[in-house]
Design a binder for this molecule. Structure first.
Ligand SMILES: Cc1cc2nc3c(=O)[nH]c(=O)nc-3n(C[C@H](O)[C@H](O)[C@H](O)COP(=O)(O)OP(=O)(O)OC[C@H]3O[C@@H](n4cnc5c(N)ncnc54)[C@H](O)[C@@H]3O)c2cc1C
Length: 452
């Protein structure tokens, strides 16, 4: 089966942890597929990949065909094979999982995509030019998917990205030991080869005006949810306090992982406290460990309530992250820079609607404690950045600052569509891609109608 590098070795570098399936193991794993007549796995995939189809091609060792089948529905298979939470999506629906281990669909997807990368990727064909101009805002998985789909329909696509590198969270968020950046670049190149015109360093709402944007025949908004939440406690203004977003961006985009070659200003402190319990908190903790820090993760509920993927929790624990559960920070200590963090112990109350206990702060003499820290990283959630949305008052808003869309990805403005985290709130790569694919189909329908 696919291997994993030893924790003692991997905490000293940013190389990929999971080593993937060998060819033999991939074929063996593929032969486990039951080829169900009504495959539940495909229903569990937000972009509806023909999973039994590509797995059957692996059984025949026709990897080129397997790649073609994958790419008919997903232009980012090497990325999805690595980062999708398959256990709750395709694999979670595999009938084999009822009695034994489900087919490792994600590992097979990765195997096929990596095989194709080695051979030279074949770019899918695009449709006849329609003469319609489409703008896509944001080059994360939602924007990339919308751009690829729209280019394949034959529309002329301009993809605006505010940063100097495309990819959104794939590039600046997810660490390279889970998702190597050359793989992200290769798959983005494939999208660009479809004829998509990528404009980096273009902040829509600043360097590109809303009027310029709305002058396109159709618009897709895929700005993500990059605005970090903070705890709003004393001491958050001290040097050494980061949002996980800022910390991971400095590491990924400003080469903090390449010291001493780059002297990126991330405090290379010895004691780091990460606050939060989701996947982002696991990523921040594991990155900090690789930068030589002693890492404590503070989470307000119990270990079994951690919302992160089980594999990621296990990886973090193996790499030496210490979990301090049932505790919540109340104050960050220090004068100019961080010196510690004060926490209160939490009591677990009755379960809430998510069936997790409602945590409440304890009182009394032993209810608080202090941890030494040089760096505090907050990973407690994020929401859509309001910049562009505040300039589009006609755009109906959804919950928690999102853009409201109907089930086809249409917003309240006729030719404006949206998908990904900006429409759903913080979710997953494949969900962002699924909503973008749906919106692209609706955009194509709209564009076809206006040309009739
Ligand atoms: C650290 C981290 C780890 C994660 N790990 C996983 C994982 O393992 N598996 C998984 O499935 N999901 C994971 N997620 C969630 C997943 O990455 C997101 O759900 C997904 O990236 C959302 O895609 P998106 O395209 O909507 O937004 P994003 O990826 O956020 O991309 C939005 C893009 O829009 C750009 N942008 C914003 N505003 C403007 C503007 N005004 N003009 C131009 N460009 C603009 C941004 O710069 C950005 O590049 C993780 C998230 C984080 C933060």
């Amino acid at each position: 089966m696919s291997g994993k590098r030893d924790a003692a070795e991997r905490i000293h570098d940013f190389l990929e942890v999971d080593t993937g399936l060998s060819e033999n193991n991939a074929v063996l794993e593929a032969t486990r597929c039951m080829e169900c007549v009504r495959p539940k796995c495909t229903e569990g995939c937000p972009v509806n990949i023909n999973i039994p189809g590509f797995i059957a091609a692996v059984v025949k060792k026709d990897y080129a065909e397997a790649a073609k089948i994958l790419k008919a529905d997903n232009m980012l298979p090497a990325i999805c094979g690595r980062v999708c939470p398959q256990e709750t999506q395709c694999q979670g629906r595999c009938v084999l999982g009822k009695k034994e281990r489900p087919v490792r669909i994600g590992a097979l997807e990765r195997f096929v995509a990596d095989w194709e990368r080695k051979q030279g990727i074949v770019t899918p064909a695009v449709g006849k030019p329609t003469g319609k101009r489409v703008a896509v805002v944001g080059s994360g998985p939602a924007g990339l998917t919308a751009a690829a789909e729209l280019a394949r329909y034959g529309h002329s696509v301009t993809l605006f990205e505010s940063l100097h590198a495309p990819g959104g969270v794939l590039t600046y968020g997810i660490p390279s030991f889970r998702l190597p950046k050359d793989i992200v670049r290769d798959e983005i190149d494939q999208v660009l080869k479809l004829g998509v015109d990528l404009k980096l360093n273009h902040i829509v709402g600043r360097s590109v005006s809303v009027d310029e944007l709305l002058a396109y025949d159709a618009v897709f908004l895929g700005m993500g949810a990059g605005l970090p939440s903070f705890m709003n406690i004393e001491g958050e203004g001290l040097n050494g306090v980061y949002s996980a977003n800022e910390f991971l961006t400095r590491v990924n985009l400003m080469h903090a992982d390449s010291f001493p070659d780059y002297d990126t200003p991330v405090i290379k402190g010895k004691k780091v406290v990460v606050v939060g319990g989701g996947n982002v908190a696991m990523d921040a903790s594991r990155v900090a460990r690789r930068m030589g820090a002693e890492v404590k993760l503070v989470y307000r509920r119990r270990m079994e309530d951690l919302p992160a993927r089980q594999d990621e929790i296990k990886n973090a624990a193996e790499e030496g992250v210490e979990f301090i559960c049932c505790a919540n920070p109340t104050k960050i200590l220090g004068e100019v820079t961080v010196s510690g963090i004060e926490c209160v112990k939490m009591d677990m109350g009755k379960p809430d609607e998510s069936n997790r206990p409602i945590p409440t702060p304890m009182t009394g003499p032993d209810s608080t404690f202090t941890l030494e820290a040089d760096v505090v990283i907050e990973a407690i959630g994020q929401s859509p950045n309001p910049l562009l949305l505040s300039l589009m008052p006609d755009l109906e808003r959804g919950r928690h600052g999102t853009v409201f869309v109907n089930s086809s990805g249409m917003t309240s403005i006729l030719h404006v569509f949206a998908g990904g985290d900006i429409a759903t709130g913080a979710a997953t790569v494949i969900e962002a891609m699924g909503t973008a694919k749906k919106a692209a189909a609706a955009m194509n329908e709209y564009l076809t109608k206006i040309s009739e």
